[in-house]
Design a protein around this ligand. Structure first.
Ligand SMILES: NC(=O)C1=CN([C@@H]2O[C@H](COP(=O)(O)OP(=O)(O)OC[C@H]3O[C@@H](n4cnc5c(N)ncnc54)[C@H](OP(=O)(O)O)[C@@H]3O)[C@@H](O)[C@H]2O)C=CC1
Ligand SMILES: O=C1O[C@H](COP(=O)(O)O)[C@@H](O)[C@H](O)[C@H]1O
Length: 502
């Protein structure tokens, strides 16, 4: 373990950002160019970057700083709306940038980072926008070169490993240099506005606080549907599959935020302790459940928005015999007092008809029903939490249908909070803006603790092991559909259906 002591908070800039030196490893990569620089630019626009914050891009390519700035500017022009790309703000942003060419795995060259830091008072944030295999090398090289001090923080991207064992190796390597209190593990879903709103919704509204348990909720649905396919990442994706790529992290984090008990306060560890309890309570899959409650799928060619798209096995770089899943649906349960007997149906897939992420909380029906027997199926409230594309929350309630001829007919309608129309001036920030800001402030509550990652892997590993034992090919579904027919049968066998009011 290195000799670092507990990190210090960065120098405060009002209530907002704090001054940092950001060393961005992998600065020419896809994530950095498409997401991180645009997010930093938006923070600049909003006045959330402290005037003394500096940004150092690190990459393997030989570029001078002007060529690097030109690459960043080009990306900003691609990924930031033209009307948001103010010249003055851009000039201010570009003036913060510096560049260092480096092979990250070799110790030579790291002295230049120490020199860049010479005399700096603000903490250094090291952002590892590279594959997890080289996190350990980078951390060790930074440490050995004397570039770090007690205030340094490290931000790491997902996936952390491939299973419990490999994730423990990666975490050990990072942990041998940085204490847990300085490690910020990104799950970008935690930076999404509506995901954070789950905490406000559940713990600020007594209406829901008292109803949030198996006495009042019959089941929970989570859908994270993507329109995109593999986007040139076949090599990575084929080793991972949708369970590792999406369920192990994003969907399980959503399950945690829905199912966790109220934390004692909003401190990072108070929240994360509660999330870990949920992960530990996830019911392990038995062989019988595997056949009945889990569906794996792989897309074949189809049509999305009128365009023909290739199947998974015809994507660029594909191996024609792959059994990797691009879709997974399952029924699981959080086996504790609050949730016993409440199914959590989750599904996620690539090449679906729409990009749409939503959570639907289905409340139980009244104990005694007095209206038209034909309308009985209508008679339960649903809380629909839309994460994307249009963030919003709708509570489906039942009212009397208007009109003299309607008698006491019921009508289903939403009490609707659409964030864009309710708060028209508020731009909904990208997840990475929020997450970068929290790193600057030294706050960890939107980041994933090591034990969360490991409990999530443990649960997924057992599922993957059981799949491997069965050696079944995934079910095919045409691109542009909602997944294999079996995923619909999985929920209808319980007398329910996926919520379809998209
Ligand atoms: N892209 C995305 O949307 C998402 C990415 N992530 C994660 O973010 C991380 C980065 O992903 P992404 O940007 O897509 O990956 P890329 O491969 O696009 O970027 C990584 C960059 O790191 C550079 N690099 C790799 N090894 C070295 C080395 N030894 N020395 C110097 N430079 C090196 C690469 O340089 P070169 O090109 O020369 O090889 C490349 O520019 C990964 O952990 C990924 O899993 C997570 C969620 C989404
Ligand atoms: O982490 C990942 O997330 C994206 C989906 O993110 P979203 O914010 O667009 O919902 C997914 O496409 C990618 O495969 C995965 O690695």
């Amino acid at each position: 373990m290195s000799q670092h002591k507990r990190p210090q908070e960065g120098r405060s800039f009002g209530d907002l950002g704090t001054a940092i030196d950001l060393a961005l490893f992998g600065a020419l990569g896809d994530l950095a160019q498409r997401k991180l620089f645009p997010a930093l630019f938006h923070l600049e626009r909003e006045g959330l970057l402290d005037p003394s914050t500096r940004l150092l891009g690190l990459a393997r390519q030989e570029l001078d700083v002007d060529a690097f700035k030109a690459r960043v500017e080009k990306s900003l022009k691609t990924y930031v709306k033209a009307e948001e790309l103010d010249r003055e703000v851009l000039g201010r942003f570009m003036a913060r940038l510096d560049f260092l060419q480096l092979d990250f795995t070799q110790p030579e060259g790291y002295a230049a980072i120490r020199e860049w830091r010479q005399g700096a008072e603000q903490p250094m944030v090291v952002y590892l926008s590279v594959g997890a295999k080289i996190y350990g090398d980078i951390c060790r090289n930074l440490d050995a070169s004397g570039s770090l001090d007690a205030s340094s923080r490290v931000v790491v991207e997902k996936p952390i490993g491939y299973d419990l064992e490999s994730s423990a190796e990666v975490n050990d390597a990072i942990g041998s240099v940085f204490p847990e209190s300085s490690i910020y593990r990104i799950d970008h879903y935690l930076g999404k506005e509506t995901v954070q709103n789950l905490i406000a919704l559940r713990f600020a509204n007594p209406l829901f606080g008292t109803q949030w348990n198996q006495n009042h909720i019959s089941h929970v649905e989570i859908t994270v549907a993507e329109k995109v396919g593999i986007e040139g990442r076949w090599g990575y994706f084929d080793e991972a599959g949708q369970l590792r790529d999406m369920v192990q992290n994003h969907l399980l984090q959503l399950v945690c935020l829905i199912a966790m008990d109220p934390p004692a306060n909003l401190d990072a560890d108070a929240i994360r302790d509660e999330k870990v309890k949920v992960l530990k309570a996830l019911k392990p899959f038995t062989d019988e459940m595997l056949g009945r409650d889990v569906v794996r799928g792989q897309y074949i060619g189809g049509t999305i928005d009128g365009q023909t798209v290739p199947g998974y096995l015809d994507e660029e770089g594909a191996n024609t015999s792959s059994h990797t899943e691009t879709f997974v649906a399952m029924k699981t349960e959080v086996a504790n007092w609050r949730w016993a007997g409440v199914p959590f149906y989750i599904r996620t897939g690539k090449r679906m008809p729409a990009k749409m992420s939503q959570i639907v909380i289905h409340f139980r029906q009244q104990p005694h029903y007095i209206f038209d027997p034909d309308q009985r199926d209508l008679a339960a409230n649903k809380l629909v939490i839309r994460l994307q594309p249009e963030e919003g929350i709708a509570l489906e309630v039942l009212t009397k249908d208007s009109g003299l001829d309607k008698g006491m007919r019921l009508r289903r309608g939403p009490l609707h909070l659409d964030f864009n129309s309710a708060f028209p001036k508020a731009r909904i920030p990208d997840a990475y803006e929020r997450l970068l800001l929290e790193v600057m402030k030294g706050q960890q509550y939107l980041f994933v603790r090591r034990d969360e990652v490991e409990h999530a892997w443990q649960w997924c590993d057992s599922l993957i092991e059981a799949w491997n034992d069965r050696a079944e090919a995934p079910r095919r579904y045409p691109a542009g559909s909602w997944g294999p027919v079996a995923s619909i049968a999985m929920i209808t066998q319980d007398g329910r259906s996926w919520y379809e009011d998209y």
